[in-house]
Design a protein around this ligand. Structure first.
Ligand code: FMN
Length: 238
């Protein structure tokens, strides 16, 4: 508890005045002050459709040579509002929404079943950009999930059978034994999609585009969907 608290305090303090911390009170090093290109985000730069805006930024993230430009945090919550968050990979995006694949019986799957809403977060550090998305969650059709599952590498297909995602297991050896067992059962090219493995589509009703700027005077724009399907756009204070 002591160390956590110190680290949390240090997070706030270190950036502004590292010298006020006594030596040895924190495991965190003072943050390096990176020079960044100034990339203003103006209202007139924005696409009226937030998906179009997302795709513009996504292409720039791809060009920035990130290892996983499609990595996103997905936040879900239980029916009584206890939140949880984890990273997944975006596998498809179009006017229907943002799709990721997972085990439907995992913790996130259970939370989505009882509370079908999620928030997504992309962070593209070299561009100093984050995109936040909020919306309801739908299950991807079994046909679509089957098609995507068929494109996955053999080892990953077998792992989808071997792993009861989010459940405890006694050892790594047990996990590997299960992997071998399913590999023996299903030869390469003939692994069916497990019935509990599928995709979720987050259908956005709000987006936020955040562009880091000098002096913490960042640019933020929030889009909200109107009942007729068009979008409002407002600038938020950083
Ligand atoms: C970069 C990255 C990408 C990931 N992509 C996925 C993914 O696409 N699907 C998935 O089920 N888990 C993915 N994971 C693992 C999840 O973060 C998480 O550990 C797992 O889904 C179990 O989460 P849960 O217990 O909250 O359901 C990824 C992890 C990282 C770090």
């Amino acid at each position: 508890m002591g160390t956590c608290l110190q680290s949390a305090l240090a997070l706030g303090i270190l950036e502004e005045s590292a010298e006020t911390l006594e030596e040895g009170t924190s495991v965190l090093k003072p943050l390096h002050r990176w020079e960044h290109e100034d990339r203003p985000l103006r209202r007139r730069d924005l696409a009226e459709d937030p998906l179009e805006q997302f795709l513009r930024w996504y292409r720039e993230a791809e060009e920035a040579n990130l290892r996983y430009p499609n990595a996103m945090a997905v936040a879900t919550a239980t029916a009584d509002g206890k939140p949880s968050v984890r990273m997944v990979l975006l596998r498809q995006v179009d006017e229907r929404g943002f799709v990721f694949y997972t085990n439907l019986e995992s913790r996130k799957g259970r939370e989505i079943a009882e509370n079908p809403r999620a928030a997504l977060l992309f962070y593209w550090e070299p561009l100093e950009r984050q995109v936040r998305i909020e919306g309801r969650v739908e299950l991807v059709s079994p046909e679509e999930a089957g098609e995507y599952f068929a494109t996955r590498p053999y080892g990953s297909q077998v792992s989808a059978w071997a792993s009861q995602q989010s459940e405890p297991i006694a050892s790594r050896a047990e996990l590997e034994r299960r992997h071998e067992e399913f590999a023996a059962r299903y030869p390469e090219g003939a692994v069916p999609r497990p019935p509990y493995w599928g995709g979720y589509r987050v259908v956005p009703d709000a987006y936020e585009f955040w562009q880091g700027r000098a002096d913490r005077l960042h640019d933020r724009f929030r889009y909200e969907r109107r009942p007729d399907g068009s979008w409002t756009i407002v600038r938020l204070q950083p």
